[in-house]
Design a protein around this ligand. Structure first.
Ligand code: G6P
Ligand code: MG
Length: 216
């Protein structure tokens, strides 16, 4: 029985993936490190320090831990300025309706975002009270593609893993959902191993989720 839906944030609830891209782009320009939208796909779902390491590996020199910490902080300052523009109008299509339908059907909801800015973004979107559980990425030992955050979300919801669906826009996220034994829904692009692939959140509906869940 389908009991819970666990959502990624960036690229699923709102298009903050674009703001991550712009903030990293500014830092990379300053450090003269090549960076484009295509490489940015590798950073989706990947935590802040791990993303920085992937970017610095493309440069020509190495940096001290202190320098790395200051780069990560700088990127986050750029990012925080960008997300402060987010309003309730920036909810991706279909999300508001899906959250309402899930609530009415008694299906529980959780957020599983690697972002330490997730709560702030929920606030800007005006949807802080619409998830039963918001997992804290600071409480995790391993990031996606490890399933830890999806396990944590299900445990906090009190729902068996197999009765959960996870929705993600990143390959690391799909891998994490599959490793957790949940049904994976991939949004946009080509996501390997996604049980259901949708080109946009506008295609999300409770009926589609139910159908995919029972087809499994
Ligand atoms: C999400 C995004 C990543 C981002 C990570 C950490 O997983 O998809 O692009 O690096 O969160 O976000 P933060 O806001 O904590 O730097
Ligand atoms: Mg994402």
């Amino acid at each position: 029985e389908l009991e819970a839906v666990i959502f990624d944030l960036d690229g699923v609830i709102t298009d903050s993936a674009e703001y991550h891209y712009l903030a990293w782009k500014q830092l990379c320009d300053e450090l003269e490190i090549p960076f484009d939208r295509q490489f940015n796909n590798n950073l989706k779902g990947v935590g802040r320090m791990a993303s920085l390491e992937l970017l610095l590996a493309r440069g020509t020199r190495s940096y001290s831990p202190e320098e790395k910490a200051s780069f990560a902080a700088r990127k986050n300052e750029y990012y925080k300025k960008l997300i402060a523009r987010i309003t309730p109008d920036d909810l991706l299509p279909g999300i508001d309706a899906l959250l309402s339908a899930l609530h009415e059907a008694g299906i529980r909801t959780a957020l599983a975002s690697a972002s330490r800015n997730a709560s702030a973004i929920l606030g800007y979107l005006g949807i802080s009270d619409r998830f039963d559980v918001v997992t804290d990425p600071g409480a995790l030992k391993k990031g996606k593609p490890d399933p830890e955050q999806f396990f944590l979300a299900a445990e906090l919801l009190g729902v068996p893993y197999r009765n959960c669906i996870g929705i993600e826009d990143a390959q690391a996220g799909i891998d994490a959902i599959n490793a957790a034994g949940m049904l994976s829904v991939g949004i946009g692009g080509y996501l390997e191993g996604a049980a259901l692939r949708l080109s946009s959140t506008a295609e999300l509906s409770l009926e589609r989720l139910r159908e995919a869940f029972f087809r499994r």
